[in-house]
Design a protein around this ligand. Structure first.
Ligand code: PLP
Length: 385
């Protein structure tokens, strides 16, 4: 089976992890700060706070922004459940803004209309969490203007988009947001097995997130209540969690980061071949908005009405023929847990139509020419009519 995504582990990665294992610190040592500093420098952000997953990073980001009971967070329905689950962890409510039918990202036209209504109703969201689906950045400058007008915070879920760019800046630089989150799960662009990072330019948010990932504890006398008892002393001043990443993982992340640009270039080379070789099939190929350069986590294709097979049949045939296709995402609010919260089918028709048609085909930096040719030939066999 040719998978839809996979990690690339080199000898240099193995050596980096081995060095940490044989060092004094296998967790809470210098590799973590090194990884944070290097990814922050790459993104042009002031701070990076590494955690054991992007889910943890989302939770900590929302907590640092004081999301709580009585607040609402808005996000895209076309995302992994973690983006909205993390808001529910905070006791907040969530709602979903339908997607744009071309970018598959949260529609800023719909967002703008909903904000105007919410202002009148006195029910503006506290946080809007755009998701850079498949690696394609949302139009952040436009979102930033809405943020300035309505006063909500912005947390970018850039789990798919590390290494991507928006206008002339790397995703993660937080020029139009408070915090940006990355995931380093193995199917994503670079990996630490499990892991994530929160980027921010705000010193106070960075300090709060660093504390929240480790029980709400600080060793910094300036952040303590009253005097420090002495050099051994730490204080817990908020309720945090153990969301720490290990030095082994951070070393892997640093080593992977040195290949990030090469990975993105390789993904774009794959995309160009797919764009050319699949153009004659009854599939809607991914649109690339001109204001960004995608991280290309995924290559989603949408089965059109004139196709000889429906999506489910095409998907099943492709799997039988050894192509590890996948479908991402079931609109979050259609999950039974969310249905129990009161969401109804039909809430975001664009996301539902997208979900009913989409198949994501193999896309990763080390996808070989031979394997890519197999994918293309098989797609023609199944959908060529
Ligand atoms: C993978 C993913 C997450 C969760 O990442 P983890 O590191 O597995 O916690 C969150 N949001 C999106 C959009 C993702 O793709």
């Amino acid at each position: 089976m040719i998978p839809y995504g996979r990690q690339d582990i080199t000898e240099a990665d193995l050596a980096a992890v081995r060095d940490v294992l044989l060092s004094d610190f296998i967790t809470q040592g210098p590799a973590i700060a090194g990884f944070e500093a290097e990814l922050a420098a790459y993104c042009g952000a002031r701070h990076g706070i590494a955690m054991n997953s992007a889910t943890s990073a989302l939770h900590v980001a929302y907590m640092a922004l004081d999301l709580g009971p009585g607040d609402v967070l808005w996000t895209s329905p076309n995302t992994f459940v973690a983006t909205s689950n993390a808001a529910l962890y905070c006791g907040a409510e969530v709602d979903f803004i339908d997607i744009d039918p071309d970018t598959y990202n949260l529609s800023l036209d719909l967002l703008e209309a909903r904000l105007a209504e919410a202002e009148i109703a006195g029910r503006l969201p506290r946080i809007v969490a755009p998701v850079h689906f498949a690696g394609q950045s949302c139009d952040m400058e436009r979102l930033g203007a809405l943020k300035a007008k309505y006063g909500f915070a912005v947390v970018e879920d850039a789990s798919h988009a590390v290494g991507g760019r928006y206008r002339d800046r790397p995703v993660g630089n937080c020029a139009w947001s408070d915090i940006t989150i990355f995931s380093f799960h193995p199917v994503k662009i670079i990996t630490t097995a499990e892991g994530g990072m929160a980027m921010t330019n705000d010193d106070e948010l960075a300090a709060r997130m660093a504390m929240l990932r480790t029980h709400g504890i600080t060793r910094d006398p300036d952040r303590m209540r009253g005097e420090s008892d002495g050099p051994w002393y730490y204080q817990q001043t908020m309720l945090g969690y153990n969301y720490r990443i290990t030095d082994m993982q951070a070393a892997l992340g640093r080593s992977q980061l040195t290949r990030l640009d090469a990975y993105i270039d390789a993904r774009h080379a794959c995309r160009e071949v797919y764009d050319r070789e699949l153009a004659d099939l009854p599939l809607k190929l991914p649109y690339q908005a001109p204001y960004q350069r995608s991280g290309l986590h995924l290559y989603p294709v949408l089965v059109q009405d004139e196709a000889p097979l429906d999506r489910k049949t095409a998907f099943t045939r492709l799997r039988e023929l050894g192509i590890g296709v996948n479908v991402l995402y079931v609109p979050v609010y259609l999950q039974p847990w969310y249905q129990d919260l009161g969401f109804k089918p039909g809430h975001c028709p664009n996301a539902e139509d997208y979900y009913n048609r989409m198949i994501t085909i193999p896309m990763y930096a080390t996808l070989s020419e031979t394997d890519q040719t197999t994918v293309i030939t098989t797609l023609h066999e199944v959908l060529g009519g």
